[in-house]
Ligand binder design. Structure first.
Ligand code: F6P
Length: 320
């Protein structure tokens, strides 16, 4: 293998630049040519490709976003798009490809592998919703960003003795909500995986907490449940307690990556290049039990992940 490519796909995540930098520099250290593919699979299909040198990735490790840009690519879900992407790889001499993204991006890598391009997936998403790994690039930064924002909402919520519903990202997964719920000492956490949401129970809890002297009531609502604004209106009407909704939104995806995201993303990028250099293909890098590991993409995509019950019980016990 002489030439490899790297792209980022799907939602960006802080730490993606660290992973790209690691792919570039460890590829060069192994004597490989490294090409950067811009705008995810869209850029691959359209041939938006450039040679990267060690200097191309200077001053990127501390930056949020992705220097290669990213996109969600509908065409890559079609056989025509996949064939075109494989053809562009062949035309550019790209024998190995590192795809940094989520499950959807890995599905593209799976197809490319079947078309003869050696592919390795690296988990990059703030949602932590990839079953084969305990760590995904960007989650640590995103939960820290959300946690700091929620602390600020909590200050004003206490001053005004209000109830605050704060909606965090995560698509259909509740990891950001659960972590923030514990880190911010939320009174209630609404999680899509545990959707036994009973609004009357929530309302009773708010009223009881107020009677017990609580000055605020923080509800972390996962994006997968949503409807925070209408929920706030109903809660205010039912409890008589002023209630505000705050949707944190895309601020959770930006910002300089934390130390953990920089380090783990660097390790995963380098690990992906090691796999390609060893002739491996159709693998996904993961982090399990303190070690970096890899799985077959089919196997990785078939895995299921559940929110840990014990964590939920602890979160509940802490909210009294
Ligand atoms: O997957 C990351 C994520 O930020 C999710 O948490 C969210 O549901 C989605 O992407 C938002 O996507 P977009 O930036 O395309 O609106």
């Amino acid at each position: 293998i002489k030439t490899i490519g790297v792209l980022t796909s799907g939602g960006d995540a802080p730490g993606m630049n660290a992973a790209i930098r690691a792919v570039v520099r460890s590829g060069i250290a192994k004597g490989l040519n490294v090409k950067g593919i811009y705008k995810g699979y869209n850029g691959l299909i359209n041939g938006e490709i450039e040679d990267l040198t060690a200097r191309s990735v200077s001053d990127t490790i501390s930056r949020g976003g992705t220097m290669l840009y990213t996109a969600r690519c509908a065409e890559m879900r079609t056989p025509e798009g996949q064939a075109q992407a494989a053809k562009v790889c062949r035309e550019n001499g790209i024998e190995g490809l590192v795809v940094i993204g989520g499950d959807g991006s890995f599905a593209g890598a799976q197809k490319l592998a079947a078309l003869g391009v050696n592919t390795i997936g690296v988990p990059g998403t703030i949602d932590l919703d990839i079953a084969c790994t305990e760590y995904t690039i960007g989650f640590d930064t995103a939960v820290n960003t959300a946690m700091e924002a929620i602390d600020k909402v909590r200050d004003t919520s206490t001053s005004h003795e209000r109830c605050s519903i704060i909606e965090v990202m995560g698509r259909n997964a509740g990891y950001i909500a659960l972590w923030c719920g514990i880190a911010n000492g939320a009174e209630d956490i609404l999680l899509p995986e545990k959707y036994d949401y009973d609004e009357q129970k929530l309302i009773n809890n708010i009223i009881n907490n107020r009677k017990r002297g609580k000055k605020h009531h923080i509800i972390i609502n996962a994006e997968g449940i949503g409807h925070s604004t209408s929920m706030a209106r109903r809660i205010e009407a039912a409890t008589g307690i002023e209630t505000r909704a705050t949707i944190l939104g895309h601020m959770q995806r930006g910002g300089s990556p934390t130390c953990k995201d920089r380090v783990y993303a660097s390790m995963m990028g380098a690990y992906a290049v090691d796999l390609l250099a060893d002739g491996k293909t159709k693998r996904v890098v993961g982090y399990k039990g303190g070690e970096f590991v890899d799985y077959d993409i089919d196997e990785a995509l078939a895995m299921q992940k559940e929110l840990p019950e014990y964590w939920l019980r602890v979160a509940k016990a802490m909210s009294v």
